[in-house]
Ligand binder design. Structure first.
Ligand code: FMN
Length: 356
């Protein structure tokens, strides 16, 4: 198991077909899913030489936090299908290398158990419900559990059309439920013939009339830093700043929402120009190699998030598998930084990108 793509291959055979389809799929023809990784390949590096790289340091700052590496665990739902310990195994792995974990609203394990399983910061990913009280109750619960930030996912008023999930009429296995949503009366996904249960759940319960005004409302109630996840347009990045948002995640939801939307890394330069270092930028989508992290940082991200790679490690060998994924990416980043002439994260800049 030399690289994380080895984990991808090895994990496929270990999963139930409908879980494997759920984890890997993108929306419609999966053009954005493919482009998220292809776009990194199109970007060429222009390395520097003769800068002492005998000691490469990948620790960095994200707002007021110092983190050991610029790698964050993006929120992914239903990790119990990948391993019995699900989100708890991921939280423990995050602890080992001090990575921030963003826990999904749709986790199989309760948020309180996730935060107590790790020394690392846990952020809570929030889907905003039509029911305001339910939304506030989730925020309150995350706060009481010790979450350090709320990440509002803004690219999913409806679920993208993941066709394999529709064909499979995707459902949670009987042994699993949505642990953060019991208080709302939702343990299971609804059944509807000919439909993905998750998509049907979104149709019925998730707020489709969310606007910037609601973001302010959530910020006032939360009393925690607010990140918006799913920003691709520079104008939305500017609006996020105007509405007091603390940071943004440049993301197309791993190609699972609007197919043919731009690859995350291709959206980054214009956003980074619009943000002009006023708030932190995290990028996710298609990070598979240390070079991808280097390119994202060179183009203006402070940190990157990984979604599917964590699931591959988790399905393969639980906590250890996730630790391996994080270690591999971190050591690849160290190596490629050295080869590009960067001894620290602050040495990384747009000059490392060819043809910019
Ligand atoms: C199986 C799966 C479940 C996901 N669940 C959520 C979720 O619950 N909330 C959310 O905001 N994003 C969710 N995402 C999107 C990820 O947070 C992230 O944006 C994406 O996976 C990054 O792309 P990558 O998988 O290429 O690393 C999910 C992605 C996958 C693959």
């Amino acid at each position: 198991m030399l690289n994380i793509l080895d984990y991808e291959k090895a994990s496929q055979a270990l999963l139930e077909p409908s879980a494997s389809d759920y984890y890997k799929s993108g929306a419609m023809d999966e053009h954005t899913l493919a482009d998220n990784t292809d776009a990194f390949r199109r970007i060429k590096l222009l390395p520097r030489v003769l800068n002492d790289v005998s000691n490469v340091n990948i620790s960095t700052r994200l707002a007021t936090l110092t983190v050991d590496s610029p790698l964050i665990i993006s929120p992914t739902a239903f990790l119990g299908m990948a391993h019995p310990d699900g989100e708890l195994a991921v939280a423990r792995a995050a602890s080992a290398s001090n990575n921030i974990m963003i826990c999904s609203t749709m986790a199989n394990q309760p948020i309180e158990d996730v935060t107590t399983s790790t020394q690392s910061s846990v952020w809570f990913q929030l889907y905003v419900y039509k029911d305001k009280e339910a939304t506030l109750a989730l925020i309150e619960r995350a706060k009481n559990a010790g979450c350090k930030a709320i990440v509002i996912t803004v690219d999913a008023p409806f679920l993208g059309q993941r066709e394999q999930d529709v064909r499979n009429q995707f459902q949670l296995p009987d042994r699993l439920h949505m642990s953060n949503l019991h208080a709302l009366g939702h343990r299971k996904l609804p059944d509807k013939t000919g439909h993905s249960g998750l998509s049907h759940y979104f149709d019925e319960l998730i707020n489709k009339s969310l606007t910037w005004r609601d973001i302010r409302w959530i910020k006032e109630h939360a009393g925690l830093p607010i990140y918006l996840k799913g920003i691709l347009h520079p104008k939305d990045a500017q609006l996020a700043i105007e509405h007091g948002v603390d940071g943004i995640i440049v993301s197309n939801h791993g190609g699972r929402q609007l197919d043919t939307s731009v690859a995350s890394i291709d959206a980054l330069p214009a956003i980074s120009k619009a943000v002009n270092k006023q708030i932190p930028i995290i990028l996710d989508g298609g990070i598979r190699r240390g070079t991808d992290i280097l390119k994202a940082l060179a183009l203006g991200a402070q940190c990157v998030g990984i979604g599917r790679p964590v699931i591959w490690g988790l399905s393969h060998s639980g906590q250890q598998g996730v630790e391996d994924i994080l270690t591999i990416l971190q050591s690849e980043l160290k190596l490629v930084m050295a080869l590009a002439g960067c001894a620290s994260i602050s040495d990384i800049n747009a000059g490392l990108i060819a043809d910019l």
